[in-house]
Design a protein around this ligand. Sequence first.
Ligand SMILES: Nc1ncnc2c1ncn2[C@@H]1O[C@H](COP(=O)(O)OP(=O)(O)OP(=O)(O)O)[C@@H](O)[C@H]1O
Ligand SMILES: [Mg+2]
Length: 508
Amino acid sequence: MPLPPDTIIGIDLGTTNSCGAIAHGDGQVKLIPYKGGDYTIPSIYAIDDKGHELIGHEAKRQWQLNPRNTLYATKRLIGRAPKDDVVESVQKSVQYRVHAGTQNDVALDCHGRTFHVPEISAKILAKIRDVASDHLGFKVQRAVVTVPAYFTDRQRQAVKEAGTLIDLEVVRIINEPTAAALAYGIGKRLDERVLVYDLGGGTFDVSIIEIRERVFEVKATGGDIFLGGIDFDNAIIEHVLDDFRKKHGIDLSSDPVAMQRIKDLAERTKIDLSARGEAPFSIPFITMTPQGQPLNMDVKFDRKLLEALTQHLVDRTLKIMGAVMVDAGITAKDIDEVMLVGGQTRMPIIQDRLTRFFGKPPSKGVHPDEAVAIGAALYGWSLQESSDLKIQLLDVIPMAIGIEQAGGTMHVVFPRNAAIPNAKTVAATSSVDGQKELVVRIFQGDHPETARNELLGEFTFSGVRPCRAGEVRLEIMFEVNIEGILTMSAKDLDTGRKMQTTVRVASA
Ligand SMILES: Nc1ncnc2c1ncn2[C@@H]1O[C@H](COP(=O)(O)OP(=O)(O)OP(=O)(O)O)[C@@H](O)[C@H]1O
Ligand SMILES: [Mg+2]
């Protein structure tokens, strides 16, 4: 059956790999294949010496030789302020240059050009859209795009912006673990409580979801958008750099080509060690001695060593998972199925630890690399007019949203795990005589001090009636839509007048 051009595809925009899928008229889902038959493409963008753009596999193939102009793992930087410590730590682990952008955001340099992060996400989305369009025979214009459940409002907005840049209508943003649960649960007439443990390349999410046939209700979510396979690779990299320093007295960390070769092999060694007990870490001619003698890198690696080097990371995921279970008010025995999503969950120790924790092995019900895109495609299909699939998604916000009050403390408007969509009103008043404007600073995060949370923006309500301090009675309405995106409006309660709101991302 030919697909209507209003088709909505599903896109999993991952830190390391991205994937597209489409649901057919009868609700069957197909992954979109790339040249060579792969269903995922590396989320990598590069510009080569000749100034040609490379995206996906082509970009990855040359990244060892062109490390300065190969942008990867940029999802970790999307929607972030430049002063964020995350930005600093990303800069330490990548070979391309990361610096402050002009819009209180992060900018990336590549072959003499400067990009905002959403522009790079847009390149990857465009690649998937183009491959899908070629495959389907019409220009794809609409998509459901997934994001980590633990993304803030600002990060979600940035992903939407990436779609706008290439005229791709991002019809809906949904959370990655929720999408995986859709892939698992649609068409099965379930009545279960599942826990999704999603450890990908860059992010960790955990969601507890109750599935009742086609109703998917998220009870609680949590995560760390700075915890993923890349951190496991970095633990290996640190170890081999240290070993090399001890053996040869040479620090390779400032040599971008050597670092890229080490990075590549670190990931391959890690993956090998999921299937076998030992894997040598050998790179010939990695550098020269001051006397001009070539040096090789040779480190003995086995699974036990990898587990020791990364135990703190696995511990962190279990700690976060425990906190989410407390938030949901449940214990291990209340979980019917544990679903593993994300490539890093193939590490055997992760499966062992979860099996021990829950007293049963995780479900094999979904494919760890494909479930998110499949769920997004199913959801996309359900939003199409021609569809008879109706899905009810009840999701939550991952962190509190609130406003700053005197003394820099957070007045929580929506607590973490508040159901979305949601709306709340907050009373506000003028604090000085004759005040014409009211400025409200909005934050997202669970810390009682706003300075420790993420600044979402500064809203100025202009046209306040000038009167004495405390006399104006304003009602500010906060609405979080089904995508977890916030909008605001204000009303003067005495005149009924709606207040104009302007949003600007504060440059603080
Ligand atoms: N067999 C394996 N054993 C261990 N790790 C693996 C294995 N296969 C893949 N990985 C790791 O999984 C990660 C990629 O997972 P995935 O493709 O699910 O991430 P992503 O969707 O790109 O990232 P995210 O969801 O965090 O944005 C990489 O770090 C990769 O090294
Ligand atoms: Mg993923």
